[in-house]
Design a protein around this ligand. Structure first.
Ligand code: HEM
Length: 305
């Protein structure tokens, strides 16, 4: 499957608006800054991770539909762009999965097709009796853990109380040229809170960005950028295989979201690319990671006309 075919298939299954991202269509961009913890300098010579750095952060609903329902269980995304002189030098692109539900791009697109257009009620039906989903599960044993973990969660109550994981392995490189594989996660300092469904019924369909903006009027909202370090033998090539939870986890620093960016509309036109990496961080041998920038480029070419 090529990246063009992947985007064709998302479009055929979900009919996103031409001007929107083919996934994560609805979102907004926030000004933020990175405050380093001082605890990863021995692992990487990436200056932007060891010095205070300006950021822009996009928080989004993962649906290809711009009018997606935030009260429904589903994917939410957090993308972070480290800036130097106002330009992106390194992006983190994470979602509220704990482990990716597929070991291949094709498997992921099949899942998007099987679940396209679901509401909370139709999602239940698709998961229990849907033929496409049933045949996906038969063909993709590697997806069971990721899907099970995901389905045990309700919709998040707030972007400020959602954990987002980067899922792929990356490689830190330090001044001595030593290499260490890691995965990152963005952990909300307020803790994780799911949406109570009775309360959710009283909320606007698209409450998440507005709710965050109300919180930001009272002060910044922070996430810890935490890195999970691999031990020899941990799989780096496959985002559907979780590493043991007891692997060492280090705080790289704090991502402090300050307010809606006055340039949010301009940032909306940009791409947050999980392979935009600065010196000190390299890509692993993960083939899903290698595929993503091509799909994001096709999506961007189409949405920007
Ligand atoms: C083969 C696998 C994947 C494909 C084909 C895919 C496809 C896409 C596409 C087409 C977009 C819209 C890009 C744009 O127009 O700028 C997107 C956005 C996004 N994806 Fe993926 N994706 C994949 C894997 C993942 C994974 C593993 C994660 C999380 C770790 C993820 C999280 C996100 C997020 C957060 C966004 C929104 C970025 C933004 O705010 O601009 N995706 N994806």
């Amino acid at each position: 499957m090529t990246a063009t075919q992947a985007i064709d298939r998302i479009e055929a299954a979900a009919h996103p608006r031409p001007q929107d991202r083919r996934l994560h269509a609805h979102g907004a961009n926030y000004d933020a800054k990175f405050v380093p913890s001082g605890q990863i300098g021995h692992l990487t010579n990436a200056r932007h991770l060891t010095e205070e750095t300006a950021l822009v952060v996009r928080l989004s609903n993962g649906s290809p539909q711009y009018d997606s329902d935030d009260r429904t269980r589903g994917i939410r995304g957090m993308a972070v762009k480290f800036l130097a002189d106002g330009k992106g030098i390194h992006d983190l692109v994470a979602a509220n999965f704990r482990v990716f539900p597929s070991s291949t791009p094709e498997g992921f697109i099949e899942l998007v097709e099987a679940l396209a257009g679901s509401t909370e009620d139709t999602l239940k039906a698709k998961l229990t009796t849907g033929r496409k989903f049933a045949s996906f599960l038969i063909d993709h044993k590697e997806s069971h853990a990721g899907i099970k973990a995901f389905l045990s969660r309700k919709a998040p109550a707030s972007y400020a109380t959602t954990r987002f994981d980067g899922l792929h392995a990356f490689i830190f490189v330090n001044d001595a040229g030593e290499r260490r594989a890691f995965r990152y996660r963005l952990v909300p300092q307020l803790g994780e809170v799911d949406l109570d469904s009775a309360y959710g019924a009283s909320l606007d369909k698209q409450f998440l960005n507005a709710e965050l903006e109300r919180r930001l009027q009272a002060g910044p909202v922070s996430f810890t950028l935490a890195v999970q370090l691999a031990e020899p033998g941990d799989a780096t090539h496959d985002p559907s295989i979780a590493w043991p939870e007891h692997r060492q986890l280090l705080p790289a620093g704090e991502i402090r979201i300050i307010g809606l960016s006055p340039e949010s509309d301009a940032w909306e036109r940009q791409v947050y690319d999980p392979m935009r990496l600065a010196p000190g961080v390299e890509a692993s041998d993960d083939t899903v990671l290698a595929f993503r920038p091509h799909a994001y480029s096709v999506s961007a070419e189409r949405r920007l006309g």
